[in-house]
Design a protein around this ligand. Structure first.
Ligand SMILES: *Cc1c(COP(=O)(O)O)cnc(C)c1O
Length: 381
């Protein structure tokens, strides 16, 4: 059976990318590889929208999150952690693992952090070395206001680190203009690859911090990665196959143009949200990201049952709620290799699943709303 991926990672991989990854493997010390990796790094800087370094690690996205904590901080340091979902919580766990005292700002899941709360905490607390935030919180579907948060953090001797593992290439993020020192991401979301690569953009203030920090690091050392990168290499054997695929995926993004990639994600997200509302359901996220649409399920509809049915009957794979949201929300990604009919089919599947489980509504209203938005490219029709 054909499968349709609506999970917010791993996302669908374009056929051209898959083909590149099935080509004979390069040697990671060869001139051909150096050429490829230098191209990849240039294109990554384009997608990260930074003039500074972008480092590539062989790890899932969490590896780059760990690298940020290990390279920037020392045991006993204090850091503010914005916890507005599962992935924000991961920053706090990483801090604990490295002996960094996390000062959490807990935000109700489904909401974005209020930047003025972050400002208050920074004014009140002493000795804060870093603020850890999430761009698009994939567990809730919320987009945090990184630009305003960056303004709040700037002007202080505090680093700003952002997890854009799902948000990169879907929602705008400008680290050099928004005072973000480190952005981390991974391969299996907006970059349309299988999992296995992690990335970190590292600005000048972060490099200075990395020289001072005393946390142990080896495999995920920013410095080692940068030294090797000067020669177009990686310090250890990289996931060469994934780098070959990444080169192709980045060429596709470059050819489409980043602004168009953002606009496409915005359009698909807007259409999906319109479809959800037309069915009579509510969005879970109060400040929705263009990465995915999280939907609050009506009373009497069990999300686990819904997902199970969609997978077994139609091969549709959507995301469910994590932790306390299990069974209560469904998460529909429109990320990476996604087009207009991806959005149409997603809402169609949601309708068919809901109807099967006995939810009362007029089947087709959601699809019609999606079609209207995609046809006329505006939501108020
Ligand atoms: C997927 C994701 C992660 C986890 O990345 P892994 O590749 O599973 O390590 C972290 N943060 C966000 C926002 C994500 O979407």
């Amino acid at each position: 059976m054909r499968s349709y991926i609506y999970a917010p990672g791993p996302t669908p991989v374009p056929p051209h990318v898959t083909l590149k990854m099935s080509e004979p493997i390069l040697n990671h010390r060869s001139p051909e590889y150096v050429r490829l990796f230098e191209e990849v790094t240039e294109h990554l800087k384009y997608v990260f929208q930074t003039a500074h370094d972008v480092l590539t690690f062989t790890a899932s996205g969490t590896g780059a999150m760990e690298a940020a904590v290990a390279n920037l901080l020392s045991p006993g340091d204090r850091a503010v952690v914005i916890r507005a979902g599962k992935f924000g919580g991961r920053w706090a766990e990483l801090c604990a693992a490295y002996g960094v005292e996390a000062v959490p700002i807990d935000v109700e899941w489904g909401h974005a952090v209020d930047p003025s709360v972050v400002a208050d905490v920074l004014s009140r607390e002493s000795g804060i070395k870093a603020v850890f935030a999430t761009h698009s919180e994939t567990s809730t579907g919320v987009l945090h206001d990184i630009e305003t948060l960056g303004r709040v953090v700037s002007g202080r001797d505090v680093l700003f680190v952002v997890d854009a593992i799902s948000g990169l290439g879907a929602n705008d993020l400008r680290p050099d203009d928004w005072h973000v020192d480190v952005v981390v991401s991974g391969s299996q979301k907006g970059l349309m690859l299988p999992p296995g690569l992690a990335f970190a953009s590292v600005g000048p203030r972060a490099w200075a911090a990395s020289d001072r920090a005393t946390s142990p690091r080896y495999y995920l050392s920013f410095k080692r990665a940068k030294e090797a990168l000067k020669k177009g290499l990686n310090p250890y054997t990289p996931a060469i196959t994934l780098i070959m695929g990444l080169a192709e995926a980045l060429r596709q993004i470059k050819a489409e143009g980043l602004a168009n990639v953002f606009a496409r994600h915005a359009r698909l997200a807007e259409a999906t949200r319109a479809g959800v509302r037309a069915i009579g359901l509510e969005l879970f996220a109060t400040r929705p990201s263009n990465v995915l649409t999280s939907v609050t399920l009506p009373a009497g509809i069990d999300g686990n049952q819904l997902l199970k049915h969609l997978k077994a009957r139609y091969g549709i794979i959507m995301g469910g709620g994590l932790d306390h949201l299990k069974g209560k929300i469904v998460r529909i990604a429109h990320l990476g290799y996604a087009d207009e009919f991806h959005a149409v089919v997603g809402i169609s599947a949601l309708e068919m699943g809901l109807a099967y489980l006995g939810y009362q509504f007029k089947v087709g209203v959601g699809v019609a709303a999606v079609q209207r938005v995609l046809t006329f490219e505006r939501s108020n029709v």
